[in-house]
Design a protein around this ligand. Structure first.
Ligand code: MN
Length: 241
């Protein structure tokens, strides 16, 4: 990496956040993180919504949300109800706006296994009060993510098991084929709202079975044909008690 010229800045800029890539020494530099809400009907139902009448909606996380494989994952502050949501992650190497579903997949570099960690208690409060979700979704360490697997190795997964267990107990067990909005549709919808760019990650929603995590939880995620993500929730994050 090039040295930062401190004649240009008053202090060191934030470091580049990155993820490893299967089979390569070079890493994937993360730009932005977009997340799709309620993209599996059974999860929409468990959260009390009708999956048939809702167009896709999006929220974001900052790059510092990313927790690369093997990095420490502390329990976050200010919550007593941290939930797991296992998700297929789409990683872009291209960009653009107003994409068509025919060309959208050309932007995709690869795929990964991610967890959209959520302070469910703060999210419930935000929903009730009509407030933004940022404090519930966009905290540092809220997006553990596996290595990225290039498209040239696995193609574009559209079906296959997506599962998460905690301490060996199966919590979430779905199939990518259950996604209401498919990857090309998610990209075209996103590109109406943002100009997509290389380095963007898209978390594509979670199947049913979300639930709370305790300090010490051993989280094991698997997406068929994509890979695995294993993480242990540490207790050093300043939990409110
Ligand atoms: Mn989610």
């Amino acid at each position: 990496m090039t040295e930062v010229d401190l004649n240009e800045y008053i202090f060191h800029p934030a470091p580049v956040v990155s993820l490893p890539v299967r089979g390569l020494a070079e890493r994937f530099p993360v730009h932005r993180i977009f997340c799709v809400g309620r993209n599996y009907a059974d999860h929409a139902r468990e959260m009390g919504h009708d999956p048939d009448r809702e167009p896709p909606f999006f929220f974001t996380k900052p790059p510092e949300a990313v927790v690369p494989p093997g990095a420490a994952l502390p329990y976050p502050s200010a919550t007593r109800d941290l939930h797991h949501e296992v998700e297929l992650v789409v990683a872009l190497a291209g960009g653009g706006r107003n994409l068509t579903t025919d060309s959208a997949l050309d932007l995709v570099y690869g795929y990964a296994v991610g967890v959209d960690l959520t302070r469910r208690d703060l999210q419930a409060e935000a929903k009730k009060l009509g407030r933004p979700w940022d404090s519930a979704k966009a905290f540092a360490g809220s997006a553990p993510c596996s290595e990225i697997v290039p498209v040239e190795r696995i193609g574009h997964p559209t079906k296959g098991r997506i599962a998460l267990s905690v301490g060996g107990q199966l919590r979430q067990d779905g199939d990518l084929a259950q996604m209401i909005w498919k990857t090309p549709e998610i990209l075209t919808e996103l590109s109406k709202l943002w100009t997509l760019a290389p380095g963007d990650l898209i978390f594509t929603g979670t199947p049913a079975g979300v639930g709370p995590l305790q300090v010490g939880a051993q989280i094991a995620c698997e997406i068929e044909s994509v890979g695995r993500l294993d993480a242990t929730l540490l207790g050093s994050g300043g939990a409110s008690d």
